[in-house]
Design a protein around this ligand. Structure first.
Ligand code: UDP
Length: 358
């Protein structure tokens, strides 16, 4: 297949602003290339693909970012800025796809989904979030009625946010295992990885570390400075060890030294890339039983699922972390979330989408 991909309209690839979509895109490109497909990616100016994805052709578009939907009200209208990056990427995609088989849209936004109703080109949407916007959910419902195969989700629990989707197509996610080294360090610090923003619940992980009289190592882009400062001020100075935003290569090296990852989502996390990345390094994960992580973590085998928002319950599981075998964590990723497994699921889905247009 010849596949064209549109990246997220929030931050360039490599900036971290696009969250998990940046890594998911790279994993998908790796998997599709290794299955022998041709891949072209349309992404914001300054974007970089992983070195191993150099066979994919990269097109740059310059323009204004979209506002991320998780930071707008559920009832907000769609905002499209002047010189819209999203519109520019879509325009380019619709042009290139004339000589290709399918256009994959990785932005969670209105315009590309609406366009599906207005062109005879298969546009396949990887929905990267739960229902964060009424206007988008209603549009997905409308497009789904005409094109029931054009949407895929990362987890069943994410798809539940869209109850009108009768048989959701679940593609999971994939990780390039060569990029993660297994480390058997059971005595390391506690880790937290993610965008520092309210929906990620960092404060609960800091609480757990502080109760144990430990520091918490935190990696990720600080998306909301006010929120970050507020958490910092609520705990003794130095409880948070801010480690910044690292490339996958550097992040996994440091993360692998930790004894557990705490994952504290306050929203219906679509998947939770950081959970699987941690497991790939051999680091067990203690997460709230909510969203994607609740489908990924095998309670008592690869980590623990704590009652949502119950910090004390999470704390009690940290004390039992040595019961988890780190090798089992890595094995789960190898068996369930490699780039090849992911790309095969996506290709099966794309075949269904394309078939509908013939
Ligand atoms: N990440 C990274 N470097 C860091 C911290 C985070 O590359 O220092 C990446 C991580 O690899 C993951 C993404 O940030 O792919 C966060 O994705 P996740 O699915 O966990 O949450 P999202 O941001 O999409 O809500």
């Amino acid at each position: 297949m010849r596949i064209v991909l549109i990246s997220t309209p929030i931050g360039f690839l490599g900036s971290g602003k696009g969250g998990g979509v940046e890594l998911t895109l790279n994993s998908l490109v790796s998997g599709l290339l290794s299955l022998g497909h041709s891949v072209e990616v349309i992404a914001p100016k300054n974007s970089k693909l992983l070195e191993s994805n150099e066979k994919a052709k990269l097109y740059f578009v310059d323009g204004e970012d979209q506002i991320s939907w998780q930071h707008q009200n559920y009832n907000s209208p769609v905002i499209i800025p002047d010189n819209s990056l999203l519109a520019g990427m879509l325009e380019k995609g619709l042009d290139i796809v004339k000589k290709a088989d399918v256009l994959i849209n990785m932005s969670y936004d209105w315009l590309p989904i609406w366009m599906t109703l207005n062109v005879e080109i298969p546009i396949a949407h990887i929905i990267s979030m739960g229902a964060e916007s009424l206007v988008i959910s209603n549009l997905i419902s409308k497009v789904y009625a005409r094109h029931p195969y054009n949407f895929a989700f990362h987890s069943k629990i994410q798809a539940d946010d869209y109850p009108f989707i009768k048989k959701p197509i679940i593609i999971g996610n994939g990780f390039k295992l060569d990029n993660y080294t297994f480390q058997d360090s059971t005595k390391g610090p506690l880790a937290w990885v993610g965008r520092v923003a309210p929906e990620k619940g960092l404060e609960d992980a800091v609480y757990v570390a502080n109760e144990l009289g430990e520091k918490l190592k935190v990696w990720g882009v600080i998306e909301d400075e006010i929120y970050a400062t507020k958490i910092e001020q609520s705990f003794p100075q130095g409880t948070i060890d801010w480690m910044g935003f690292l490339s996958t290569k550097e992040l996994q090296k440091e993360l692998g030294k930790c004894r557990a990852l705490l994952n504290t989502p306050k929203w219906n996390e679509a998947y939770g890339n950081v959970v699987v990345e941690s497991l790939a390094c051999g680091v067990p994960v203690i997460a709230y039983k909510r969203g994607g992580p609740s489908e990924i973590i095998q309670h008592g085998q690869t980590g623990y699922l704590a009652d949502p928002d119950d910090k004390k319950n999470m704390l009690s599981y940290v004390k039992n972390i040595e019961k988890i075998k780190r090798k089992k964590c890595r094995e789960w990723v190898e068996k369930n979330a490699s780039t090849d497994i992911f790309a095969n699921k996506v290709v099966n889905w794309l075949n269904k989408v394309i078939h509908e247009y013939k």
